[in-house]
Design a protein around this ligand. Sequence first.
Ligand SMILES: *Cc1c(COP(=O)(O)O)cnc(C)c1O
Length: 397
Amino acid sequence: MDSEKVIARDNDYVLHTYNRNPIVIEKGHGLHAYGPEGQSYLDFTSGIGVNSLGYCDLNWAEAVSKQAHKLQHTSNLYYTSPCSKLAKRLCRRTGMSKVFFGNSGAEANEGAIKAARKYSFDHYGEGRDQIITLVNSFHGRTIATLTATGQDTFHHYFGPFNEGFLYTPAGDIEALTKLVDKHTCAVMLELVQGEGGVVPLDQEFVQAVRALCDEKDLVLIVDEVQTGVGRTGTFLACEQFNLRPDIVTLAKGLGGGLPIGAVLVSEKVAAGMGPGSHGSTFGGNPVVCAGANVVLERLDESFLAGVREHAAQLRAGLERLPHVKGVTGLGLMLGIQFEDGINAADVLAACRERGLLVLTAKTRLRLLPPLVVTAHDIERALVILDEVLCGLDPVQS
Ligand SMILES: *Cc1c(COP(=O)(O)O)cnc(C)c1O
């Protein structure tokens, strides 16, 4: 079916909750996506940080299809090997004690909120249930995670929203300390605010939050749904902040393209989450876990060193482009801030016309290439971005 028909049919029947790019992607290989009429795109989005090994990595596709032929699902009433293997790998890799598997980032954060409140209830009783999150954060689209998201634009239409969430500006430890009282149970944050514009937190602030959580016995939840699984050049972004969280959530890149979310918890938090405390029909699905196991196997130290090397190359190249005011982010999670008058959405559209797929976050252009990106791919993307930016005159306002 040609692109025009696919788009028309989608527009007729799929709820218009997204503004989509007017292109159809039919297949992909590595960094390259292809359309039905033979269009070819260099993809620096990874499906928003999901396709960590690029499109249809051979080992990943083989592991997934082999598992699909063997056993596609059982329910959590029984054990399967791919699930326990992934759990062991994740715990060993992160130093966390136990993991719960769900199907998305929002669901992982829901699990984290529940586990934090359960810890607080078990140790301090009722009424100590408030969770402090950061202004400009993003934690998901379910009612509780929308509420946790510290952006007013998300707090309309769908109320009543949950009680028990408070917001504080990133970087201001005094403001955070003032919010903590006998009702506070947890602090939840992203180390690099992704949807908020690719804004990393300050090291000192993060250390101060950890110290405050230790002092008041608050659960520190780190949302690594976007930053985790090698995206920032280390397995967890926490490693670069010298941070030991009490709960860390993962999702996007973990399954290499299949839906999965994970809530990793420390021993003290794990203790409260016994039988009946949480559940998911699909969570820990063996096909998805088989794919995630390939991702984890691939992300050894030498692979991550390559991610850091390519990230440095990309960042240096971006900083040299015309109209670029600054580059933010960590590893292969980068935001590009333009001079006044250059609109990131215009740059995105012009890149697409030239066969390069990129993202935006707030006013910035955002790049999340697959972790398998090569020096050659980066050179090509930089050439296209350079052509696009050279052709753009800042709009005088
Ligand atoms: C994408 C994202 C989420 C939501 O993940 P979904 O899989 O869309 O539910 C939550 N937190 C962060 C930091 C994210 O980037």
